[in-house]
Design a protein around this ligand. Structure first.
Ligand SMILES: C[S@@+](CC[C@H](N)C(=O)[O-])C[C@H]1O[C@@H](n2cnc3c(N)ncnc32)[C@H](O)[C@@H]1O
Length: 265
């Protein structure tokens, strides 16, 4: 089925709703209605989207500065300023990035994601995080990434779309288990742990279909056993190595999203 045929504009989709919060134009009425309902319950949601995106940029730059030149970015999103390959290739022009998303609208933008700088290489896989083995054995992945050298696995603002009954632990273990020593995992995850009971009640109503699973920092940490967490640890995305970001930093209850970078021993 083509990307066009798979497009369901009557239901809110995470990539399009995130695009709406970031101020983009690639969204439909259902995405905007869902985005507005969540914003009514959590007024900081647009700030959260912006801060999550800024975290992604800082984490990729940090890793490229450590010499990491291979990235597997699952849950890519609709292209936006500061895509992973742009940030990585600004530091290491030979950086190579494999993008993965399951949204047909992201697929329809794949050309923008595939426009690598001249020294690097990108690929785009139309695939689902819930089938990690299919991602790992995809021929386009091995054409771009050398899995015998360190890779940064990026799970940025995507794990909260994996329900507990879809085995997030098994998914992360399978992906991390395929990476060589010295690789990294970058993850961010929405949390409701800093919200008031009233806000949680409204957020739960906006999530009546249960498609979204917020997790606490402790629950995110439990998804990364055996990894060495990079300083400053698992913290709000607004706080992670944000010394050069606009000050003062937003409150953690407004951003409501934790981030972490961890290294495989
Ligand atoms: C909130 S956006 C995050 C985009 C980007 N990582 C960032 O942080 O700026 C989440 C993305 O994850 C994708 N996604 C959600 N569930 C997925 C799944 N099961 N497999 C692959 N992608 C998924 C959505 O389509 C969307 O593009």
């Amino acid at each position: 089925m083509s990307a066009q045929d798979r497009m369901d504009v009557t239901t809110a989709h995470p990539a399009r709703r995130y695009n709406y919060w970031l101020g983009g134009k690639d969204n439909f009425a259902a995405d905007r209605a869902s985005g507005d309902a969540i914003e009514a319950a959590m007024p900081g949601i647009r700030l959260m989207a912006v801060e999550n995106r800024m975290f992604l940029g800082r984490a990729v730059r940090y890793l490229a500065e450590q010499g990491i030149d291979q990235f597997l970015d699952i849950g890519t999103g609709i292209p936006a300023p500061g895509n992973t390959h742009e940030v990585a290739q600004a530091v290491l022009p030979a950086a190579r990035v494999v993008y993965v998303d399951n949204d047909p609208l992201v697929l329809s933008h794949a050309r923008a994601l595939l426009t690598s700088g001249p020294g690097g290489a990108n690929a785009y896989l139309d695939a689902d995080l819930r089938q990690p083995r299919a991602i790992l054995k995809h021929p386009d992945l091995s054409a771009v990434l050398d899995m015998t050298r360190p890779v940064a696995l990026m799970l940025v603002a995507v794990l909260h779309f994996i329900r507990d009954d879809e085995d997030p632990h098994g998914i992360v273990d399978t992906l991390v288990g395929a990476l060589p020593p010295g690789s990294y995992l970058v993850a961010t995850h929405a949390t409701w742990e800093f919200q008031s009971p009233e806000s949680i009640e409204k957020l739960s109503a906006a999530n009546a279909d249960g498609r979204f699973t917020p997790r606490t920092g402790e629950q995110l940490a439990a998804l990364l056993p055996g990894l060495d967490v990079v300083e400053p640890g698992l913290v709000s995305v607004a706080q992670w190595r944000a010394e050069d970001a606009p000050q003062p930093r937003p409150a953690i209850e407004d951003v409501a999203c934790n981030g972490v970078v961890a290294r495989l021993p």
